[in-house]
Ligand binder design. Structure first.
Ligand SMILES: Nc1ncnc2c1ncn2[C@@H]1O[C@H](COP(=O)(O)OP(=O)(O)OP(=O)(O)O)[C@@H](O)[C@H]1O
Ligand SMILES: [Mg+2]
Length: 167
């Protein structure tokens, strides 16, 4: 039997958007399994804790047997090796994503030549969606329906109502 093809989809997912969901679904169709890996990044000040973000991902993909949510810190390639993943999945929204993603992919290749990075494009309607923008709009009272899974939208609205974003 061929070894199973495991992909890692890393990010902050603060919170999960339908853009992320789109990429995860494409990845889940392409690979035997896909691990959505939440980066434990001490520098950023997130709106949701890592555990809350993991819970939202798990709830959203309850019925997809080959989608797993996990968290990691340190080098992505070390985490990928520890999970026996052969592929890193990233989403590309616009040219603006390209430069940073290109640098990261080549640096990761240098660190771990056996791990391949694969880029996927979301459906057009999600090609401008980012967690940051969705949080900003929600905190200013704008309508974000259709951009997030329903449960995530509920939690986001609760959170920004209780804790308006600063700045
Ligand atoms: N709407 C989207 N379509 C396609 N790929 C996306 C989309 N949003 C995020 N991604 C990709 O998902 C991965 C993880 O991204 P990340 O967690 O930074 O999300 P983000 O929405 O960009 O959040 P933030 O606004 O906090 O940077 C990256 O590869 C990013 O390019
Ligand atoms: Mg981003």
């Amino acid at each position: 039997m061929a070894p199973s093809r495991v992909a890692i989809y890393p990010g902050s997912f603060d919170p999960l958007t339908l853009g992320h969901v789109d990429i995860i679904e494409r990845g889940s169709a392409l690979f035997d399994s896909i691990i959505v890996a939440v980066l434990r990044n001490v520098e950023k000040s997130p709106l949701f804790t890592v555990d809350e973000r993991l819970e939202m991902i798990r709830d959203t993909f309850r019925e997809r047997g080959n989608v797993e949510a996990d968290s990691f810190s340190g080098l992505l390639v070390d985490y990928a090796s520890s999970r026996k993943a052969t592929t890193i999945v990233r989403g590309i929204r616009a040219i603006s994503d390209f430069e940073y993603e290109f640098q990261m992919a080549l640096m990761n290749r240098r660190l771990a030549p056996a791990i391949e990075t694969v880029f996927m494009m979301p459906a057009e309607e999600y090609s401008y969606v980012s967690s940051r923008l969705v949080k900003e709009v929600a905190s200013l009272g704008g309508n974000v329906s259709g951009l997030l899974p329903e449960d995530v939208e509920k939690r986001l609205l609760e959170r920004v109502r209780r804790k308006p974003m600063e700045g």
